[in-house]
Design a protein. Structure first.
Length: 268
């Protein structure tokens, strides 16, 4: 009887704990959704005044003003530009984390996206004597939203360029493995300390490394990338050594032959 009582007590305790966990989880979800909504609203509200500021700055571009006013206008213009990219990143973050937005995945060729991203970064790479190397099969079809895949790849490559030392190399590879496509972006740049590696995917996190802080940024890029990758059912990991370089590895679902056929015939 004592055993039965103890088992019963334990069962009741387990049920109560599970109920409490469920409640806690629901509260956390509600808070997260509130946070996303708040970020989305605030960044939307930034838009109108920013459009006003940027529009009038453009009007004043050719105005005949003295050097001091011109300097002030330049500072206002740079600051407004930073605010605009912050607002855009905040909106992208809220969108990437919105559980109500469904992923409308199509077969997208990652190799074509890599080529596009390389084109976008080639000027900056040439200016800094950086080599952009690609190792990929002719095609690697990923099941994803095109804009999301471009953001994932674009962000990782532009970070690799941004945090590289002049004259280094950035290696981008794509590989199809079983039912996944693996994208790897490796640089020989500043690297990320072990402590910072745990936080790089956190919103607004920027490493305290003074060399990295010299580069412009909002600390939102990798948070957006991680959420976007997860939305697509993928994973992202970082491996890095301070002063030696960093590798980001993303795994995304490959587009299966069936999905490719379905989307080609217009069904889903
Ligand atoms: P941002 O680049 O705008 O600061 P991210 O979210 O893209 O924001 O990156 C967060 C931080 O992670 C950066 O501030 C930087 O310290 C570090 N980081 C990201 N990518 C790299 C990289 N390839 N090499 C070194 N540090 C990096």
């Amino acid at each position: 009887a004592a055993d039965l009582g103890r088992d019963l007590g334990r069962a009741v305790f387990n049920v109560r704990t599970a109920e409490r966990d469920q409640q806690l989880l629901a509260e956390l979800r509600a808070l997260d959704s509130y946070k996303s909504q708040l970020i989305s609203t605030v960044s939307h509200e930034f838009k109108n005044p920013l459009t006003g500021i940027l529009g009038h700055l453009e009007l004043l571009e050719d105005a005949d003003v003295d050097a001091e006013v011109r300097r002030s206008l330049d500072v206002i213009s740079r600051s407004a530009g930073k605010l605009e990219s912050l607002a855009q990143d905040m909106l992208a973050l809220a969108r990437a984390g919105d559980p109500h937005r469904r992923v409308v995945a199509l077969p997208i060729d990652l190799v074509a996206v890599i080529d596009e991203v390389i084109d976008l970064n080639s000027l900056e790479a040439a200016r800094r004597g950086l080599r952009l190397e690609v190792d990929a099969p002719p095609k690697a079809l990923v099941s994803a939203e095109a804009a999301d895949l471009e953001r994932i790849c674009g962000n990782l490559v532009s970070n690799a360029v941004k945090y590289s030392r002049d004259g280094g190399a950035v290696a981008i590879s794509a590989r199809v493995e079983d039912s996944n496509v693996i994208l790897r972006v490796r640089d020989e740049g500043l690297g990320i300390s072990e402590k910072d590696q745990e936080q790089v995917f956190t919103e607004f996190f920027r490493s305290s490394n003074p060399e990295a802080l010299r580069m412009p940024g909002t600390g939102l890029g990798l948070a957006i990338v991680q959420r976007t990758v997860r939305r697509h059912g993928g994973t992202i990991a970082v491996a890095s050594e301070l002063g030696k370089g960093t590798t980001f590895t993303v795994t995304l679902p490959a587009a299966t032959a069936r999905a490719t056929r379905d989307s080609a015939s217009g069904t889903s």
